[in-house]
Design a protein around this ligand. Structure first.
Ligand code: GRF
Length: 207
């Protein structure tokens, strides 16, 4: 059983999908802690409802990058995290954490990387950009984290059609409920099962 640390900034529907998959016994791991960086994040409530310790680590409150980085690391050590999942987390982890957890950090992005990703591409902005561009297909990417945004090796991707009458909000809702909540728990399972092999930029799933 792996100890999973989930980092969140918002509503935490992806966190909930992982909690539910763990409860159904689909993931050989348990969520050891949730780290959140926004006071109002509903993810905190979801963690508490599930009896998972929730740790608030906010850069501004702590006053410096160093204090923020070490509070994150402290939480990971305290709860003996083996793997990290960034589930809608809008902050960067320190190079030290990224190095210590090399190929053990998953991030989810609500588009098909390398399209519609990078700086500023988060939340509803991603779906606004997809619709403004007129793309007919979008989707979800789960990837391993390196020191840049949305740039690490891709673990899995799944596509979904953009419908003619989609708005950014309707697209966001379908991407979340039909794809993200299925694909992220699957990727967490693969990482907990130690089946993710990284060869250069490519990921192979071991059988
Ligand atoms: C998701 O769309 C995720 O892909 C992105 O941020 C959003 C978080 O949603 N990185 P939630 O907090 O899991 O509901």
């Amino acid at each position: 059983m792996k100890n999973i640390a989930v980092f969140c900034s918002g509503g935490g529907t992806n966190l909930q999908a992982i909690i539910d998959a763990c409860d159904r016994g689909e993931i050989p791991g348990k969520i050891a802690c949730v780290v959140y960086n926004r006071k109002a994040a509903f993810a905190r409530q979801r963690a508490e409802n599930a009896g998972i310790p929730a740790v608030y680590v906010n850069r501004k409150t702590l006053g410096s990058d160093e204090a923020f980085d070490s509070a994150n690391l402290e939480a990971l050590i305290k709860y003996r995290a083996d793997i990290i999942v960034l589930a809608g987390y809008l902050s960067k982890l320190s190079p030290e954490i990224i190095d210590r957890y090399k190929n053990l950090i998953l991030n989810i992005h609500p588009a098909l990387i390398p399209a519609f990703c990078g700086t500023g591409m988060h939340g509803i902005h991603v779906h606004e950009a997809v619709i403004a561009y007129g793309a007919k297909v979008t989707g979800v990417t789960v990837h391993l984290c390196d020191e840049s945004y949305d740039s690490g090796p891709i673990v899995c991707q799944r596509a979904i059609e953009v419908l003619d009458d989609d708005t950014p909000e309707s697209l966001q809702e379908r991407v979340l409920s039909q794809v993200e909540h299925v694909l992220l728990p699957e990727a967490v399972r693969l990482l907990c099962e130690e089946r993710i092999e990284v060869i250069g930029r490519r990921v192979r799933i071991k059988s």
